[in-house]
Design a protein around this ligand. Structure first.
Ligand code: GRG
Length: 300
């Protein structure tokens, strides 16, 4: 369990400590914003420091914690957050979602400019892999495994592939199978890998690894369904990004396809299954189970 607890709610306390650990690693690992090319490094740091829930790196650390490997997992957790931030920067660009607000702040291309934002995303993606290669070089087989898992989750068979089908679905309404593909690739793949990396670093047994992959897919899908629900029901201030964009472009979301009630039921079912599976893992899974519940009931 991370040190530095102060709040009275044990869950909030632990979550805040994980986030603090992740954010305090920025200065140690990320390029210095004063380093040349300064503008690029400033833009990378701007988006990384803009906030966000830090869900994915927390998952990496919390899974590694089950195997007493949290400390070793920190660079991998940061790499996951760099990839997530790259995807948000690119998703917000005018050629994609054309958004002005992210994490409650101006998007990277609004704060800087479009070419700088594009390059900051590219650089964060590349940096994530170089960080893993560098920090795990003393265990080369582990390093290769981490790089394989993460690069697959990012590419055409992962979040970029999911984004491609998502864009195509704006023109031709997707079937439920296509929507499932989009969400599993665009959202669940990175959430699953965040957990898998923690397990690999902790040298989890193959049976545990399988459970962790299933849990990651389940909560990843639930996360996206809830994102669709919030896009429909939340306000910009609470959300930290522009709501109602899906409906505005006629995007086929879980809510559009199934309605709010059925979308909520599906998110609950997926979360319940994930929480039950987590309990079969070794170590103290209470924090991870509570995290699933918090994400299930989140309002932003
Ligand atoms: C490579 C351009 C490109 C896109 C890949 C991941 C992705 C596809 C696009 C990002 C935008 C998006 C809506 C992704 C779905 C996953 C999702 C709900 C992201 C938001 O995650 P949060 O809520 O964000 O955890 P914070 O800001 O809290 O970290």
């Amino acid at each position: 369990m991370p040190a530095g607890s102060t709040s009275l709610d044990p869950f909030d306390n632990i979550f805040a400590a994980y986030c603090a650990e992740i954010e305090s690693s920025f200065n140690r690992y990320l390029p210095d914003p004063k380093e040349r090319p300064q503008r690029l490094h400033e833009a990378m740091r701007y988006s990384m420091e803009a906030g966000g829930k830090r869900l994915r790196p927390t998952l990496t650390l919390a899974v590694a914690d089950l195997y007493a490997a949290r400390k070793q997992a920190l660079p991998a957790a940061l790499a996951v957050e760099c990839i997530h931030t790259f995807s948000l920067i690119h998703d917000d660009l005018p050629c994609m979602d054309n958004d002005d607000l992210r994490r409650g702040k101006p998007t990277a291309h609004r704060q800087f400019d479009e070419p700088t934002a594009l390059l900051a995303g590219d650089a964060l993606l590349a940096f994530a892999f170089s960080l893993i290669a560098r920090e795990y070089q003393s265990t080369p087989l582990l390093a290769i495994r981490l790089l394989q898992e993460l690069s697959t989750a990012c590419g055409s068979n992962g979040l970029v592939g999911g984004q491609m089908e998502d864009i195509l679905a704006e023109k031709i309404p997707p079937t439920t199978e296509q929507l499932d593909y989009i969400h599993r690739h665009k959202t669940a793949a990175l959430i699953e890998k965040a957990m898998t990396l923690g397990a690999l670093i902790g040298q989890a047994r193959e049976e545990d690894l399988q459970i962790i992959r299933e849990v990651g897919q389940g909560i990843g899908l639930a996360f996206q369904i809830i994102d669709d629900i919030l896009d429909e029901t939340a306000d910009a201030q609470t959300l930290g990004k522009t709501p109602g964009k899906d409906a505005a472009v006629g995007k086929a979301t879980f809510v559009a396809l199934f309605g709010l009630d059925e979308a909520r039921t599906q998110a609950n079912n997926l979360s319940n299954t994930a929480a039950a599976k987590l309990k079969s893992l070794p170590g103290d899974t209470a924090f991870l189970v509570s995290l699933v519940r918090k994400m299930q009931n989140r309002i932003s």
